[in-house]
Write a new protein. Structure first.
Length: 444
């Protein structure tokens, strides 16, 4: 048994001083300050006075690029970055090589992660124009959901057939997570800027090509299908003020259509392209200052349900060139928690809100069993944060294989002091101690 004592625990909307007793991989007892610790044989005691203890962060949107892109990332390097950032579980996207569009490909990734991961793991199965039967027959107690691309992005998995889309929303018994950008709008905008600039379209035009209209048209289409068929829908990486109109400001338990945004939409806007160029080029595009301000304003509401990173590493050499040659995507998983705590310190949300959107809601939306909360009988996935230890980010601290971050030179107000996965200290704030990942499982 392990006893973690004197923690400042933040969980399920409240904060209190207490201790956690861990037996094997399970939280066996939560002891509030002033109550007696059960008399039992404890193998080790970890005094964490002054540190904040939250459930392990669940990042439901990562691209670890494994298999197929070993020069950019692999599951070992990116899961190390994840646990160093306080992330204990990840859900990985299907646009790998080969694409995860069959149960066989999904099983191959599960087998791979079992040997390489430092954090718990789950994988989406991807939708295509012709794999409907595969999606209908998949076991969604083991597969976290279906990823659907309504706009083309890295990996070329666009689903464009209207009849197929209707059938996916009607017949597939799973949560659908959608990348929502309208392909026709993007194509029209692209044609305009190619005529204007030739092949040398500046990076700054990215939010005009992958525009507010493109996002809203696709998001509203997906929401309409979900309402029509009663489908569980999670809209990924919401980047615009207008899209927020589509989502209800009510508790997670009262809705089946939910929304994610990402730290980069809260930190950057179109004014930053001149300074950072393709380092902040991602799909959907980072948009206007007004969009950024609206997303920040709604952070404390229930319109935004989760914070996912869309962690998508590329080599910096892939980010060179003009708009249509530079790769889209950026690494984020290592610094997402610290970035969000900075926003807590600036008053955009409370630490309780943060835990809800990065721990509780991901578990509830994806029906992840026995994780996402500090509860007796749940898995002991825990993150300890030092709110008083500042850290300035530089490339030497980046653990992702790509070796860079858009947050370079930024000062974070906190640091990750320890990450516990399935009852074991995997990361102690400076070193990796062990690895004991488990595959995630899902309820009905």
């Amino acid at each position: 048994m392990i006893l973690i004592k004197n923690a400042h625990i933040v969980n399920e909307g409240e904060a209190f001083i207490g201790s956690i007793l861990i037996e094997n991989d399970i939280i066996s007892k939560i002891i509030r300050k002033g109550r007696p610790v059960p008399q039992c044989e404890v193998g080790s005691v970890i005094d964490v006075k002054g540190l904040t203890l939250i459930p392990g962060v669940i990042d439901t949107h990562v691209h670890f690029r494994d298999p197929g892109f070993p020069e950019k990332a692999d599951f070992e390097t990116e899961s190390r970055a994840a646990v160093a950032g306080g992330v204990t579980s990840v859900l990985d996207m299907p646009n790998t090589k080969p694409q995860t569009t069959s149960v066989e490909a999904w099983q191959g990734k599960m087998d791979m992660a079992a040997t390489k991961s430092y954090c718990n793991y789950g994988f989406f199965i991807g939708a295509t124009n012709d794999n409907l039967e595969e999606l209908k027959m998949a076991d969604y107690s083991k597969i976290c959901g279906v990823k659907l691309f309504l706009g083309s992005s890295t990996g070329g998995m666009l689903v464009s057939d209207g009849s197929t889309l209707e059938q996916i929303f009607r017949d597939v018994p799973a949560l659908i997570m959608v990348h929502a950008e309208d392909e026709a709008v993007i194509a029209k905008n692209k044609e305009h800027y190619l005529k204007l600039y030739g092949d040398n379209v500046p990076i700054e035009c990215h939010p005009a090509v992958r525009s507010v209209e493109a996002c809203y048209k696709a998001s509203s289409y997906a929401v309409g299908l979900a309402k029509k068929y009663g489908t569980r829908l999670h809209v990924a990486h919401v980047s615009t003020e207008k899209e927020l109109e589509l989502f209800a400001n009510k508790p997670i338990t009262d809705k089946c259509i939910t929304a994610e945004t990402c730290p980069h939409y809260l930190y950057f806007c179109d004014l930053d392209y001149k300074r950072l160029g393709a380092r902040i080029k991602c799909n959907p595009a980072i948009k206007s200052l007004a969009d950024k301000k609206s997303l920040l304003r709604e952070l404390s509401s229930n319109k935004i349900d989760t914070i996912g990173t869309d962690h998508a590493p590329h080599l910096l050499s892939d980010k060179e060139g003009y708009l249509f040659s530079a790769a889209s995507g950026m690494p984020s998983v290592q610094f997402s928690l610290q970035a969000m705590i900075n926003l807590v310190d600036k008053g955009f949300l409370t630490i309780e809100n943060l835990v809800e959107k990065m721990c509780h809601n991901p578990a509830q939306i994806f029906r992840i069993k026995d994780r996402g909360f500090i509860r007796e009988g749940y898995k002991a996935d825990l993150t300890l944060i030092n709110r008083d230890r500042k850290e300035v980010v530089n490339s030497l601290k980046v653990l992702s294989k790509c070796g860079w971050t858009p947050y370079e030179d930024m000062e974070f107000h906190s640091s990750v002091a320890m990450t516990i996965v399935n009852g074991q200290v995997v990361y102690d704030g400076s070193d990796f101690i062990t690895r004991c990942p488990q595959p995630l499982t899902y309820g009905s």
